[in-house]
Design a protein around this ligand. Structure first.
Ligand SMILES: [Fe+2]
Length: 185
C-alpha cells in the first residue's frame, strides 16, 4: 500500500508536546525554512511522549525533521531522494495547521516524457527532484487529521496546504525499516 494511517490514542497530546519543543527549544518559527532538521539529542530530551510511542512500536528514531510550509507557491510535485531509488519509509506527524491540508501521491504516466524538471541538493536537506507535473497522475492522497501516516517519500508527491499557515509536520526516520507497516494485510 502507498501509505498506512497509525492509530495513536494520544495523537494530539503528542503533537502539542512537539509544538512546545519547536517554540521553546528551536528557532524554526523565526525562519521561513521549509526543511528543519532538529538536534536529535535535544529532541529526545524534550519529547518523552513521542519517544515512548515509538518505543512501543519497537522503533528507534534517528532523525526528526520539521517541515514548515509558509508559502503555498513553493509546493510542487517532487521526489525525495534519487529517482528510481527507494528511500526508507518514514512517519509523517501532524503538528500545527495540518487540518484541511493533504499530501497528494502520484504515479508516472506511461509515456516517454522525461519526468525530471530539476535536481536539487541542499546542504541542510536530503536530495530532492522536481517532477514535471504533466508526467504524473494523482493516484491517492492522505491527511494527518486523525493520526500519523507511514509512507514512502521516494514516490512523487506534493503537499496541498490549507488556508492557515504555517503548516508544521514532523518527518521521522528510524533505524528499523518500516516496510512491514506498508505490507498489505
Ligand atoms: Fe517530500
Amino acid at each position: 500500500m502507498l501509505y498506512r494511517k497509525l492509530e495513536v490514542p494520544n495523537y494530539k497530546e503528542i503533537s502539542d508536546e512537539v509544538y512546545k519543543f519547536i517554540v521553546e527549544q528551536t528557532k524554526i518559527l523565526d525562519s521561513n525554512a521549509f526543511w528543519n532538521k532538529t538536534n536529535i539529542g535535544s529532541f529526545y530530551k524534550n519529547n518523552q511522549k513521542i519517544i515512548s510511542y515509538f518505543k512501543s512500536m519497537k522503533l528507534t528514531l534517528i532523525d526528526a525533521v520539521v517541515i514548515q510550509v509558509t508559502d503555498k507557491k513553493e509546493l510542487v510535485v517532487h521526489v525525495d531522494g534519487e529517482l528510481g531509488k527507494e528511500m526508507p519509509a518514514r512517519i509523517q506527524w501532524g503538528i500545527l495547521n495540518y487540518a484541511g491540508s493533504r499530501t497528494a501521491l502520484y504515479e508516472f504516466k506511461d509515456t516517454k516524457m522525461k519526468p525530471v524538471q530539476q535536481y536539487t541538493t541542499d546542504i541542510n536537506k536530503s536530495p530532492y527532484i522536481l517532477i514535471i507535473p504533466d508526467s504524473v497522475r494523482e493516484v491517492d492522497s492522505f491527511i494527518l487529521d486523525d493520526g500519523p501516516v507511514v509512507w514512502q517519500p521516494s514516490k512523487p508527491h506534493k503537499i496541498i496546504s490549507g488556508e492557515t499557515l504555517p503548516r508544521l509536520t514532523l518527518t521521522c526516520k528510524f533505524i528499523e525499516p518500516l516496510d512491514f507497516l506498508l505490507e498489505e494485510k
